[in-house]
Design a protein around this ligand. Structure first.
Ligand code: G4P
Length: 527
């Protein structure tokens, strides 16, 4: 039973720079999966959701996707789970964490713009974790860069090897379709925002006459030359290389016009990895193992303002999760039972009785979860791989209502447990420092503190360059460093000391002075 359930699961994230077409592609994938029936449903749904939550109102106003959502659907016997990631750069950390819960990634690139800023960092995270990546080059219906140029850029910028599995014939007004190198068939382009099927012609590129008949002599000749070139330049597609994160298969199409999406989806379900073994603090856990294990990668304030409970998004990593059974929350060493776990199938939340590795389930949380917490059937495990990255902006929390300091304290703790931002406590005066990657989070925090906790606060900008976690074998030096830098040391959510220098110069000076201390840019450094 388990092996069948495992083999058919594909859990992945879609990443892109804003506007490259992530939402449109997601929507088309859902259409193919029959999870939605009309184009525009994903966006409509977003808007409908915002109407029920003030917090989401912020998202609506700014036209960005603040929340990471999960969308599951069935396609050709596969159980597909898409983890959507916020596109806005201020929520980058949310995206990094979501990437820890996926088994592979689809990267969407705008053919006109090529590799853009925000995909760089996301791809760095994928490379760090050797996550398999498939690239989808989008908007071929518009004038864009040459396909070879785009592939060069992908390889250069991301340090991966690209391997086209489809190839575009023309672009913009002259876009005629894509040739599927993998399946040796031609899909002819007919723009349609609602129809699902591409007109597929099964011909090999060697059949020149047939090619000429469908796309004309000049395009046929060019295609054949380019296909020859591709075979000469790029390594053949090797599934293991893809699964090791070394080789990225590349597809071309137009998400808006439903074109090239089916090629992508069909190949994706065939080659993308099923749930993989995962590292914990003590050992690697295989998904086939009988006992259930999973970890929380996201916590979301409940969208229903009448209920204060939050939803913890738990990725199942091994065994079978069962409703109503007691599981061990390993950080707290506490038994917890979930009576109404939910699935995220087709944008609906249904109560489920069981779940399998690769699935993401929603667990009602009354405040016991932090991002990264592990659930097991008793074994003391902690899943790895949810590092905190150094924030870019640091602000001190200033209480504006002395009668509400308890509410403020609780609000700040809970919001930072959710991963909205990072909390550092400076011993001196028990000062709370909130670190983020963008200004937007501060607005979200102030808004939510007011609306959900009844607390009024302000933030005061601090002169901090970055947060560095630090370690050393030399205990004496460590003590000396912490004493000397006392004013610039704070403690993170796990009580690890963090160095908050005022500038790069201060950091360099400290590094020179304390050569035996190692400074780390993320909170996970192989302790
Ligand atoms: P994102 O989630 O990555 O931010 O991108 P999204 O899908 O919202 O797409 C950004 C814009 O690009 C949208 O236009 C969308 O319609 C358009 N788009 C997506 N795929 C294609 C494509 O294949 N070809 C062309 N020509 N455009 C595409 P918009 O005007 O910003 O929004 P909307 O009013 O159309 O929703």
């Amino acid at each position: 039973m388990t092996s069948h359930e495992l083999a058919r699961r594909r859990t992945f994230g879609i990443i892109s720079h804003p506007d490259a077409g992530k939402t449109t592609l997601t929507e088309k994938l859902l259409l193919f999966g029959g999870a939605i029936h009309t184009a525009g449903a994903v966006k409509n749904n977003k808007i409908r959701k915002t109407a029920t939550s003030d917090f989401m109102e912020i998202e609506k106003q700014r036209g960005i996707s603040v929340a990471t959502s999960v969308m599951g659907f069935e396609y050709e016997g596969y159980k597909i789970t898409i983890l959507d990631t916020p596109g806005h750069k201020d929520f980058a950390e949310d995206t990094y964490r979501t990437l820890t819960a996926v088994d592979s990634v689809i990267l969407v690139i705008d053919a006109a713009k090529g590799v853009e800023e925000q995909t760089r960092k996301l791809m760095e995270v994928c490379r760090m974790r050797s996550t398999p990546v498939i690239a989808f080059i989008n908007k071929l219906d518009r004038e864009g860069q040459e396909a070879f140029t785009l592939l060069d850029e992908l390889e250069r910028e991301f340090g991966i090897h690209a391997r086209p599995l489809t190839w575009p014939i023309g672009m913009g007004r002259n876009f005629q379709g894509v040739y599927n190198i993998y399946k040796q068939q031609l899909a002819l382009y007919s723009p349609s925002k609602t129809e699902l099927s591409d007109e597929i012609v099964r011909i090999s590129a060697d059949d020149h006459a047939a090619l000429v008949k469908h796309i004309g002599a000049p395009a046929a000749t060019k295609l054949r030359e380019e296909l020859d070139l591709i075979e000469g330049i790029y390594e053949p597609f090797d599934r293991d290389h893809y699964r090791d994160g070394y080789l990225a298969p590349v597809f071309f199409g137009s998400a808006l016009n439903n074109f090239g999406v089916k090629d992508l989806l069909d190949t994706f379900v065939e080659v993308a990895p099923r749930p993989l073994p995962r590292e914990t603090s003590t050992r690697s856990v295989a998904p086939e193992e009988d006992p259930f294990t999973g970890f929380v990668f996201k916590i979301h304030a409940n969208l229903d303002p009448n209920h204060r409970a939050r939803i913890a998004f738990c990725r199942v990593c091994s065994g079978r999760f069962e409703r109503g059974k007691f599981y061990t929350h390993t950080r707290l060493n506490k038994q917890i039972r979930f009576t109404s776990p939910t699935s995220f199938m087709a944008n609906e939340r249904n109560i489920i009785d069981e779940a399998w590795p690769g699935d993401v389930i929603g667990l009602h949380d009354t405040g016991s979860f932090k991002i990264g917490d592990t659930l097991t059937e008793g074994e003391a495990l902690a899943y790895k791989g949810i590092p905190s990255f150094s924030p870019e902006i640091f602000k001190l929390v200033v209480n504006r209502d002395p009668f509400k300091s308890k509410q403020l304290e609780k609000g700040i703790r809970q919001l930072t447990d959710e991963g909205v931002a990072q909390l550092f406590i400076r011993e001196h005066g028990n000062e709370k420092i909130v670190g983020t990657v963008g200004e937007l989070q501060y607005e979200v925090i102030l808004f939510r503190l007011r609306e959900e906790y009844g607390a009024t606060a302000d933030f005061r900008l601090l002169n901090v360059y970055k947060a560095f976690w630090f370690t050393s074998d030399d205990k004496k030096e460590l003590d000396r460093f912490m004493k000397l830098q006392q004013r610039h040391i704070a403690w993170d959510k796990d009580d690890n000391p963090v160095y908050l220098p005022e500038g790069n110069w201060a950091f360099n000076a400290a590094r020179e002075m304390f050569a035996s201390i190692d400074f780390h840019m993320t909170s996970e450094f192989g302790k």
